[in-house]
Design a protein around this ligand. Structure first.
Ligand code: ADP
Length: 302
């Protein structure tokens, strides 16, 4: 099973205690999902589709892609370009983020549409997010949506996390409209209720599910922090409770890791409730440790 994840990975500088020193890592929503998927599902052949520059930092990002178990052969190299960067600041345990991503080469990943068409044709499952849509200009966004529509019509499974990030949109009212276009080309939509309620005025997770089902999705799974996961799948709906946790250290990539187990369950043909339960188990592990990419023992009991 070939899985294609399309998006932006960034360099991450995270503080090492209170020393004033920073550790370099690489992360980004679709990248995190692909990274966890490669860990939890050996049957998945995971490829990452993005663009990087030709500098040393971009080369390190490509190494992080391959050492994370992903195929980097679809990563385009843009001459003179570089990758986006974010830095995490800690203030009495609270994390805040500063971003430098305006010049990221990933913003140009669809300047040559045929690359994406070829990549989609060679994949079974294709995932993207609201962040993928946000970083592209309108012309490249149209290329992406149209390629996904064609891929879906030819039997590929399209998976979308709306990941609403208003700060990435120059015109914020473009965000809900474009995100619904993403939902409309997708089979599986994996939204987070808190964001959806804010931007779409959904009064319940059921309302979020209905909106994406009406747009054309066959499976919608609504993440809601420590609250139950509400889903609709193949015409049925239900809730899966989330085990309470004594300690939550850092919720970065909770939703991304959750998505990885949903993809793994799809590939393995697990029942929907099992997919969601495993997704909650992995996310629980991820929120109990700092950072986006938490080591996962591939042999652990699922
Ligand atoms: P996102 O990271 O996309 O905003 P959520 O915050 O809803 O998504 O979290 C995704 C999943 O992570 C949840 O469905 C749940 O399984 C797990 N999770 C997040 N926060 C908690 C928490 N406080 N306690 C237990 N599980 C949590």
């Amino acid at each position: 099973m070939r899985v294609l994840a399309i998006g932006e990975c960034m360099a991450e500088l995270s503080p090492v205690g209170e020393t004033g020193q920073f550790r370099l890592g690489f992360a980004g929503d679709t990248f995190n999902t692909a990274w966890y998927l490669a860990r939890v599902c050996p049957q998945a052949d995971v490829a990452y589709f993005t663009a990087v520059g030709d500098d040393a930092l971009s080369a390190q990002m490509r190494s992080a892609t391959t050492s994370g178990g992903m195929d980097d052969s679809l990563v385009q190299v843009i001459q003179g370009g570089t990758v986006g960067l974010y830095l995490i600041s800690l203030n009495h345990g609270e994390r805040s983020f500063s971003y430098w991503r305006g010049q990221s080469a990933a913003r140009r990943m669809l300047e040559h549409p045929s690359r994406l068409e070829t990549a989609c044709a060679a994949s079974n499952v294709i995932c993207f997010s609201g962040i993928t849509l946000a970083i592209l200009d309108p012309a490249q966004r149209a290329v992406l949506l149209s390629a996904l529509k064609v891929a879906r019509a030819s039997g590929k499974t399209i998976v979308f996390d709306p990941n609403l990030r208003p700060q990435l949109w120059a015109q914020v009212d473009e965000m809900p409209k474009t995100v619904m276009q993403g939902g409309a080309v997708s089979d599986i939509v994996l939204p987070s209720y808190e964001d959806e309620a804010r931007w779409f005025a959904d009064d319940s997770p059921q309302a979020t599910v209905s909106r994406y089902v009406d747009a054309g999705a066959t499976t919608v799974i609504v993440k809601n922090g420590a609250d139950p996961v509400h889903y609709a799948h193949a015409g049925l709906s239900g809730d899966v409770p989330v085990e309470p946790l004594g300690k939550v250290v850092d919720t970065t990539a909770a939703g991304d890791s959750f998505n990885a187990e949903i993809l793994a369950g799809l590939i393995e043909g697990a029942p929907i409730a099992t997919r969601i339960k495993r997704a909650c188990d992995l996310a629980a592990r991820v929120v109990q440790e700092p950072g986006a990419l938490v080591p996962v023992d591939p042999t652990r009991k699922r």
